[in-house]
Design a binder for this molecule. Structure first.
Ligand code: SAM
Length: 338
């Protein structure tokens, strides 16, 4: 086995390793290596993207979902999920709340659903852009037709985030029985063709994964050249078939965020809310491992994606409070919050 420090140095220099070496590096993780790779990742972040950390506000349009992914709290078979669907006015209200608190980058998300017509999605995007010309709108609405993606782009959305969860065909099907990794790959290719800043990512520590698959996930991220990367540890939701599985490791997710900073030096890398569910100050730590975008939920208490996704017992915090505390933490770490 190669010296892990030498592997990190090679990864920083060449931007990729072969699959076996990526796997070896993931498996060699220990405190010393975490500290070494986080210093490298922060150096690359500061050289490539400077000193700014972006706060991105997420708004969930609806938690309706026609899909049935075994890990996900909004899966259609979860009868304990309280479903909601925001009106256009409610979306505008949530954006205003974020805007008034200094947020300029927004992500509108939903489950896999046809319940909102493309024309309505386009209408929301274009009127938000009209009211707030200086905001960036990203979407995360799942798998759609090429023509739908194109219409959202033309309406003014700049980015689209679609995680592939698990790059291995069998592993993917065991998590998402109604879909296929092939279709995810096709959608990811569409997003790039349309001209979106494409975002993608995967689950860390979900059942049916392995470090071979993790190495494959990193290689697939490299291959797709995303503008944005969002990886998250698996959180076992009590109302899903995977409730009894162990959660993904937040520390391992942080380590892989640092690897991704070396693999895709100029991409935005997200510090996702799921990290905070599993680890105290998880999102803050992600910034010290090379993440440069911190997501904050702008949802109201009774239409809250974070609680639908990870479990109702997750405490709700008013977005104004979260934004202020995230901003404060970013500044304390020596960055500028934008
Ligand atoms: N189905 C759409 C898609 O794939 O983009 C959009 C909705 S899906 C709920 C959004 C993301 O939530 C997924 O990419 C998934 O990784 C994440 N997610 C859902 N349940 C999760 C869980 N139990 N633990 C960690 N992440 C989860």
């Amino acid at each position: 086995m190669a010296n892990p420090i030498a592997l990190v140095t090679k990864l920083a220099k060449e931007g990729i390793l072969d699959s076996e070496s990526l796997k070896e590096l993931i498996e060699a993780r220990n405190e010393g290596l975490e500290s070494f790779i986080s210093v490298k990742a922060r150096k690359v972040l500061s050289e490539k993207l400077g000193n700014k950390i972006t706060i991105k506000g997420r708004i969930s349009l609806t938690n309706r979902c026609k899909s049935d992914c075994f890990f996900c709290g909004i899966r259609k078979s979860n009868m304990n999920c309280d479903r909601y669907m925001l009106t256009k006015e409610q979306v505008e209200e949530r954006v205003k709340l974020g805007y008034d608190n200094g947020i300029r980058r927004f992500e509108l998300s939903s489950g896999e659903t046809d319940d909102i017509a493309d024309a309505d999605i386009c209408n929301i995007i274009s009127s938000l852009k009209e009211s707030y010309p200086d905001i960036t709108i990203e979407l995360s609405l799942g798998e759609k037709k090429y023509s739908s993606y194109l219409s959202y782009f033309r309406a003014g959305a700049k980015g689209y985030n679609l995680r592939f969860e698990n790059s291995d065909a069998e592993g993917y099907s065991r998590l998402c029985p109604m879909g296929s990794i092939d279709n995810r790959r096709i959608c990811i290719a569409y997003l790039k063709q349309v001209g979106f800043d494409m975002g993608t990512g995967f689950l860390v520590g979900a059942p049916f994964g392995s470090n071979d698959i993790n190495a494959g996930n990193l290689l697939y991220v490299k291959e797709t050249e995303p503008s944005c990367i969002d990886i998250a540890p698996f959180v076992p939701h009590p109302d899903t078939p995977l409730a009894k599985f162990k959660p993904g490791k937040a520390d391992k997710t942080l380590f892989m965020i640092a690897m991704l900073r070396l693999i895709c030096p100029t991409a935005d890398i997200v510090a996702n809310e799921a990290l905070d569910v599993l680890l105290e100050k998880g999102r803050k730590k992600a910034v010290t491992y090379g993440a440069n975008v911190v997501t904050v939920s702008l949802d109201s208490e009774n239409a809250c994606e974070v609680r639908s996704l990870y479990g109702k017992e997750i405490p709700y915090e008013e977005p104004e409070k979260t934004i202020a505390s995230v901003r404060n933490k970013i500044v304390k770490l020596g960055f500028e919050a934008v």
